[in-house]
Write a protein that binds this ligand. Structure first.
Ligand code: ATP
Ligand code: MG
Length: 158
């Protein structure tokens, strides 16, 4: 499915509003593919207000979702493993807590860097540059194990 940035963001916001944590979503694709665009939209949809631009230099950010009206939704965790040199470094960023967090929507860019440390139950969204326009991305979605449903794919901008 080919998506504009507005469509990708609309899909992300819908995921943020509707998905039931815990859920782990790996975001694959080359530099500039739109992984952070999608992650930011999910955070927005989940009710995160103080979103930071990109976790590139810190690897991982956790956003509490306090007082969100749909209630009881804990956190959005956004990680970017691009700078991870070895899966062994995951211990240092509290990876086990992230994967084991029962209340979080976890979004991880460059999930392949985590190797065997990825959770068995997860989604992977693969974004690629699409032919037919610099501002289009091809999005492919795959589930591993039995993750909770991801709403609304493919999305239409609203
Ligand atoms: N259809 C589209 N979907 C998403 N982003 C798009 C689209 N068309 C153009 N863009 C632009 O592409 C860029 C995507 O940047 P983004 O930071 O999300 O990439 P990324 O996949 O996170 O890269 P990195 O691996 O460097 O973190 C943004 O500048 C965005 O405006
Ligand atoms: Mg990014």
């Amino acid at each position: 499915m080919r998506l504009t940035e507005a469509e990708l963001a609309a899909w992300g916001r819908r995921i943020g509003r509707e998905v039931r944590p815990p859920v782990f979503i790996g975001l694959r694709g080359p530099l500039g593919a739109g992984k952070s665009v999608l992650a930011r939209a999910v955070a927005e949809g989940a009710g995160v207000c103080d979103y930071l631009p990109s976790p590139t230099f810190n690897l991982l950010f956790r956003y509490e979702i306090g007082g969100y009206e749909s209630g009881g939704r804990g956190a959005v965790i956004h990680a970017d493993l691009y700078r991870l040199r070895s899966p062994k470094e995951l211990d240092g960023i509290g990876w086990n807590d992230v994967v084991g967090d029962e209340e979080a929507i976890v979004l991880v860019e460059w999930p392949e860097r985590a190797g065997a440390h990825l959770p068995g139950e997860r989604w992977e969204v693969h974004l690629r540059y699409a032919q037919g326009g610099a501002d289009l991305r091809e999005a492919e979605i795959k589930s591993f194990g039995d993750p909770p449903p991801l709403p609304g794919f493919p999305a239409r901008a609203r």
